[in-house]
Design a protein around this ligand. Structure first.
Ligand code: HEM
Length: 78
């Protein structure tokens, strides 16, 4: 049976858009791959950096969490 992988904060941090090609963002325990987004190029999105849990930063955004709908969940944040 397929199980979604669990990643640590340290593993997530490597996907910050600088160290590897993959760009990941965690939100409410889920890790999304936003590598294809033009808005997350090099891991930066307005004042925010990928490779971390941005759950508590979402209220600062001018949008809701529906922005994650089109991205694939690649993991669970440990
Ligand atoms: C000052 C803070 C922020 C600003 C000004 C901002 C602005 C934007 C804008 C203008 C868009 C595209 C239009 C839209 O979908 O509404 C967008 C998309 C998006 N934002 Fe933010 N955002 C901010 C914070 C955040 C945070 C904290 C997260 C993650 C928790 C986030 C995740 C996303 C995602 C995943 C997309 C979709 C990207 C795409 O479709 O390619 N944003 N944001």
């Amino acid at each position: 049976m397929y199980e979604i992988p669990i990643y640590t904060k340290q593993q997530l941090a490597l996907r910050n858009g600088q160290d590897r090609d993959e760009i990941w963002v965690a939100y409410k325990g889920k890790i999304y791959d936003v590598s294809k987004s033009r808005l997350w190029r090099k891991g930066m999105h307005y004042e925010h950096w990928a490779g971390q849990d941005l759950t508590h930063e979402l209220p600062d955004a001018p949008h809701s969490d529906t922005v994650f709908d089109k991205f694939e969940q690649v993991g669970i944040l440990e």
